[in-house]
Design a protein around this ligand. Structure first.
Ligand code: SF4
Length: 275
């Protein structure tokens, strides 16, 4: 049997526990959206070790157990395999992992739709009771998310903007961005928001998005979308945990453009949204 972590799921291993999440708390949801949210689950230290043996490519259960047997002591191979299969199956059923008899079927499991209207709790703890009693686990004690203003420069001049127009001049130094994002990842962050000003004005925006994807981060881009290019869209599509937020102030171009002070901005933003 093969297992892998789903493309739209993130796993982090901390000192005393692990967290697996669909990161849905960083997105907006329509009221009639009945898709099941997997939410997030906390696992014990040993559970985290088991999940850490997986990645986004299918892995055979024997290879997984071969790794685990060097970590867990005092347990025979067969028992470890049985426990691991049972543990991983729980996360398959909960929609976090893919399973298959071979690599292809495991990969194709990615397309399997999650059950709709499932009422299970979005945040649960797959801990043993000892861990809970010891209170080693506090869901908000670690840094989850960072927000980086990568440009205070902007091509619009919105009347309500929080950046005074005279300061809309700079973009972040690329080396500083990479340093922040790498240090954040070492601290096990899950999510990064890229905002501005207008973040798409930064000459390295595509490389920034690639870096976030390679560091296994979910990303939210706050943009007016007027500067969206095919190259940016192509990279955005690569990250299943990327979302974009934009603002439309009215469907009447005279009203919207009067707020942004950029003629033609509504048309460009709608074009960006469609892209
Ligand atoms: S698009 Fe955003 S950053 Fe640019 S002027 Fe408008 S509110 Fe300010």
């Amino acid at each position: 049997m093969y297992y892998k972590i789903r493309q739209d799921v993130l796993f982090r291993q901390y000192d005393e526990y692990g967290l697996i999440t669909d990161n849905s708390e960083y997105g907006y949801r329509m009221i009639n959206d009945t898709r099941r949210l997997r939410g997030e689950k906390y696992v014990s230290k040993s559970g985290a070790v088991m999940l850490a043996a997986l990645d986004r490519n299918p892995k055979n259960i024997d290879d997984i157990v071969d790794e685990l047997v060097h970590i867990f002591v005092g347990v025979d191979l067969e028992t470890l395999k049985k426990d691991t299969v049972e543990f991983l199956q729980y996360f398959v059923d909960e929609g976090f992992l893919c399973i298959g008899e071979n690599e292809d079927s495991c990969q194709n499991y990615e397309n399997k739709k999650l059950n709709e209207n499932d009422n299970s709790e979005n945040t649960t703890i797959a801990f043993n009771s000892d861990d809970c009693e010891k209170s080693i686990f506090k869901t908000n004690e670690f840094l989850r998310s960072i927000h980086i203003e990568i440009a205070n420069a902007c091509n619009e001049r919105c009347v309500h903007c929080y950046i005074p127009h005279k300061y809309k001049t700079n973009v972040i130094d690329s080396d500083l961005f990479y340093r922040i994002i790498e240090e954040g990842r070492q601290m096990n962050i899950i999510h990064v928001t890229l905002s501005g000003g207008e973040p798409l004005l930064h000459k390295d925006i595509v490389e920034f998005l690639i870096k976030c994807r390679k560091l296994d981060l979910s990303v939210n881009v706050l943009s007016n979308l007027t500067l969206l290019t095919d190259e940016i869209v192509d990279e955005m599509k690569q990250n299943p945990l990327l979302s974009v937020q934009t603002s439309i102030y009215a469907m009447n171009p005279d009203v919207h453009d009067e707020i942004t002070k950029l003629q033609g901005s509504l048309e460009k933003t709608i074009c960006g949204l469609k892209n």
